[in-house]
Design a protein around this ligand. Structure first.
Ligand code: AP5
Length: 218
């Protein structure tokens, strides 16, 4: 199944993508993760992207769409994939559809994580990420066994620079103005399903699994 996960920052898209990726054995493609990897390696694209990411602004459409279209040529995406954080503008969605159309493919479903602003802010302010393996925690909701240390690899956890309060507020504004119109875009295509992003990780997985079964995608 070819999925797009939509929703505000902090909705839990990345966390649920990891769970779905394991359950359905399909790649999790997060443009945020890819861009952060470019930043970490100080690649030219990463240096350019960082100036936008640090302010909570979107990286230009052509850069991000180019990255995703290339990634979707990899063999592991043939049976399906989860796009997390992409598309983020109507232009990105149109360009993605055009690129998929050329190869006779299409997105099967866009899942909209309807999430309150209060939940998004609480989740982002408590998020901690492993410096080495990138695993995500939350200081209250999904805490590591030992404070500040990754359960998976034992390395240190840190707070993403764009999870600071001012940047979070800007990311939420950018989401409202530039990403929310995608709900209408996928509604018109008849492929959107709405779930509550406020649910816990396991509850949400149960709801999504039923949606995929009912749609005969899994
Ligand atoms: P990106 O990394 O995509 O950030 P985002 O969309 O703002 O999403 P987040 O990662 O903040 O939230 P999430 O919904 O994945 O939540 P998570 O699962 O981590 O993008 C970062 C930047 O890159 C952008 O600002 C932009 O500059 C650039 N960029 C990326 N893609 C782009 C694009 N397509 N175009 C242009 N620019 C782009 O969960 C959050 C916290 O809550 C965690 O602590 C987690 O442990 C906890 N949690 C998760 N689920 C639950 C749950 N169900 N119950 C309780 N706690 C939970």
């Amino acid at each position: 199944m070819k999925l797009v996960l939509l929703g505000p920052p902090g909705a839990g898209k990345g966390t649920q993508s990891m769970v779905l990726s394991k359950k359905y054995n399909m790649p999790h493609i997060s443009t945020g993760d890819i861009l952060r990897e470019f930043v970490k390696k100080s690649l030219p694209l990463g240096i350019k992207a960082k100036s936008y990411m640090d302010k909570g602004e979107l990286v230009p459409d052509d850069i991000v769409t180019g990255i995703v279209v290339e990634r979707l040529k990899d063999a592991d995406t043939k049976k399906g994939y989860i796009l997390d954080g992409f598309p983020r503008t109507v232009k990105q969605a149109e360009d993605l559809d055009a690129a998929l159309n050329k190869s006779g493919s299409a997105i099967d479903m866009a899942v909209y994580f309807q999430t309150s602003e209060a939940t998004a802010i609480e989740r982002l302010s408590g998020r901690r990420v492993c410096k080495v393996c990138g695993f995500n925690y939350h200081i209250k909701n999904i805490p590591p066994k030992k404070s500040g240390v990754c359960d998976k690899c034992g390395n240190q956890l840190f707070q993403r620079p764009d999870d600071k309060e001012d940047t979070v507020r800007n990311r939420l504004k950018v989401y409202e103005s530039q990403t929310k119109p995608l709900i209408e875009y996928y509604t018109k295509k008849g492929i959107i399903k709405e779930v509550s992003g406020d649910l816990g990780v396991d509850g949400l997985l149960e709801v999504l699994s039923k949606i995929f079964r009912d749609a005969k995608l899994a």
